[in-house]
Design a protein around this ligand. Structure first.
Ligand code: ASP
Ligand code: MG
Length: 425
């Protein structure tokens, strides 16, 4: 059996959903578990609903949700036209809408992250229900599964951790029997549920990870992520004009890329696949005949330089107050602060009497960190910087990419170089 994952862009319009249908038809003789994200930018739109609701602006929340609802109904209708044109039955979506509308009429009494998950999870429920219904009508029989009955998580809302033991049991009991007879099972990425049946989410872009969890538990022969690009590129083509497609990568390289901030695949995706040696394909749903990128366990020589830009970075300089050394004690305190604030340095460098941390330019978190840290250090923050990471670099390329920028900090190993650049002259 194989696991397919389709992202938001692949189900953003009725036309695209038909393309997904064609890909599934071509693979209809396989046992397939298909994980689908919310349509297009639905998750962002639902985040706005959650924010308005939590801010007490019920009217905006309801009105924003109405737009999302109409958009989904419209796509569902375009996909399944009855003889008279547009009276396609969309009653199968009603329960999902009602659940959210009820919630929006209440007042928030719990924390934001809880409501976020109860609201945002509907994006995946709607998209999968629409795709499943379309396919059943288009001669591609499939079964729709509410993944919240299968993926059990803790209640760390918005970044929930999967209970693997419970989930594995559910996959055995509820998913495996569905594959008796060649069939397609369609389910949601990104969401799960607690033991109290509260919805949870696994972190933005988490559908790749959900697919990998299923691939692992079902001992899949492979996982394929269908995207709107040809495969994994060595740089973001918007940032680097000579970006090239990479045919083959290994798990380790992809984990490194994700760690340094390449927007390739959700960082948690690789481990469940690596642990069972399941190859991951990244392919384009626009060019399904092309092979895309294959990610596996083998050693690969001759990789092109891999380039990752992180914009909007801040340098936090922590200097000891009285010229005393910054030893393990102070360093440990600092890491504790990071952990408490749930903030991660993207790069750190230690000196005799100072510590340098490069972090995302998240104003609130930086303030929190600076406040806490100023109890122990003199703190100085510089914003608006760019962190450039190049793996498999050469000096010529480093020079070219740093351009006129002023280099504030540099760190390198034989494999990877990181340069913090300021564009202020
Ligand atoms: N729909 C979710 C998001 O946009 C999950 C995903 O697409 O993987 O983050
Ligand atoms: Mg997505």
């Amino acid at each position: 059996m194989k696991v397919f994952k389709f992202g938001g862009a692949s189900v953003g319009t009725a036309e695209r959903i038909k393309t997904v249908g064609d890909i599934l038809k071509d693979n209809a003789n396989e046992k397939l578990l298909v994980v689908i994200s919310a349509m297009g930018k639905t998750t962002n739109a639902l985040e706005k609903v959650a924010e308005a609701f939590f801010a007490g602006d019920k009217d905006s929340a309801i009105s924003l949700f109405k737009d999302i609802k109409e958009n989904h109904i419209s796509i569902a209708r375009q996909l399944v036209n009855n003889a008279d044109g547009n009276s396609a039955d969309t009653a199968y979506l009603e329960d999902f809408f009602t659940e959210i509308e009820w919630l929006l009429h209440d007042r928030p009494v719990r924390n934001y992250d809880y409501y976020y998950d109860q609201i945002v999870c509907v994006g995946e429920l709607l998209s999968t229900a629409i795709v499943s219904n379309y396919l059943n009508n288009a001669g591609v029989p499939n079964k729709w599964v509410d993944v919240r009955d299968v993926i059990r998580t803790d209640d760390n809302f918005r970044d929930a951790i999967i209970d693997w033991t419970f989930t594995a049991e559910r996959v055995k009991q509820q998913i495996e029997p569905l594959f008796n007879g060649d069939t397609i099972v369609i389910t949601q990425g990104f969401i799960g549920a607690t033991d109290e049946n509260e919805s949870t989410t696994l972190g933005r872009e988490g559908s790749d990870y959900t697919a990998a969890v299923f691939a692992n538990l079902l001992n899949a022969e492979s996982q394929t992520i269908w995207k709107d690009v040809k495969g994994v590129m060595n740089a973001d083509p918007k940032e680097y004009k000579d970006a090239q497609w990479i045919k083959e990568l290994n798990y380790r390289e992809v984990i490194e890329m994700a760690y340094y901030g390449a927007q390739v695949i959700h960082p948690k995706t690789i481990k469940p696949l690596q642990n069972k040696n399941i190859p991951l394909f990244v392919r384009s749903f626009l060019h399904p005949k092309e092979t895309g990128t294959c990610i596996h366990n083998k050693t690969i020589n001759q990789l092109p330089p891999i380039i990752v830009y992180k914009q909007n970075q801040a340098l936090v300089q922590l200097n000891s107050r009285d010229f005393s050394f910054v030893g393990e004690g102070l360093t440990a305190e600092l890491y504790k602060m990071f952990e408490q604030i749930k903030f991660k340095p993207n790069l750190t460098q230690n000196g005799a009497i100072s510590l340098l941390c490069v972090v995302d330019g998240h104003a609130e978190k930086i303030n929190e960190l600076a406040m806490e840290a100023s109890k122990l250090f003199d703190v100085q923050v510089t914003k608006g910087l760019t962190l450039l990471t190049i793996r498999h670099y050469n000096e010529g390329l480093v020079k070219e990419l740093c351009g006129e920028g002023q280099i504030i900090l540099k760190q390198q190993t034989p494999e990877t170089i990181q340069v913090l650049i300021s564009n202020d002259k």
